[in-house]
Unconditional design. Structure first.
Length: 202
């Protein structure tokens, strides 16, 4: 009898909420300067199960930290869309970057540090929507935002010593982040929303 009741309840859950029963994790590939920082900022979010540091956007195969020409330092974020949507993830992403910097991010300059959102076809329109609303929230033209939206390409995992760098090298990471002026610049751009989630204009 108990087994029958349990089976009946499972059927009801499936009928009225089938997506949650078979929820499939999704991934986002984001570049926003130093991947140590972006990994650390995003992996603490509810619904995010993994953040991996790596390289993406270029044509060079098997890039390394010493040679990743054409690639951006990026992170691959695995998340549960039932807990955190792609749009909400991008809201947090924007609050952790300087969208006005066309030369890199914070103290790190060069093409490999540029801010890029790599999207598939299902993510592209959402990324454009968030970028547009972010410009409205900041009170500037979207042309002033230097965050590119590009098609997803191969993501190459970085060397093991880069993974979870902030946790494994806490003192060194804090010194680097402070000296780079990352948090101060985020506060200058986003105010109280810095590092949390941008308040998008309606």
């Amino acid at each position: 009898m108990n087994k029958f009741l349990l089976f009946f309840l499972m059927i009801l859950v499936f009928i009225f909420n089938p997506i949650s029963v078979y929820s499939i994790d999704q991934d986002a590939i984001l570049a926003g300067g130093c991947f140590w920082c972006l990994e650390h900022d995003l992996e603490k979010l509810d619904g995010v199960s993994e953040v991996v540091s790596g390289y993406s956007g270029g044509e060079l195969k098997n890039p390394t930290y010493q040679n990743h020409q054409g690639h951006q330092e990026s992170v691959k974020v695995t998340f549960d869309p039932d807990v955190i949507s792609y749009k909400k993830l991008l809201n947090v992403y924007f609050s952790n970057i300087d969208p006005f910097d066309n030369e890199g991010q914070f103290c790190d300059k060069g093409d490999s540090y540029r801010a890029v959102i790599f999207t598939d076809e299902n993510q592209k329109d959402v990324a454009r929507e968030v970028r547009k609303k972010a410009s409205l929230s900041l009170g500037v033209s979207e042309d002033n935002l230097k965050v590119s939206i590009k098609p997803k390409s191969v993501f190459w995992k970085a060397e093991d010593y880069h993974q979870d760098f902030a946790d494994k090298n806490e003192f060194r990471y804090k010194i680097y982040r402070y000296s780079c002026g990352r948090d101060q610049r985020l506060k200058d751009v986003w105010g109280e929303k810095a590092g949390i989630s941008i308040e998008l204009a309606k």
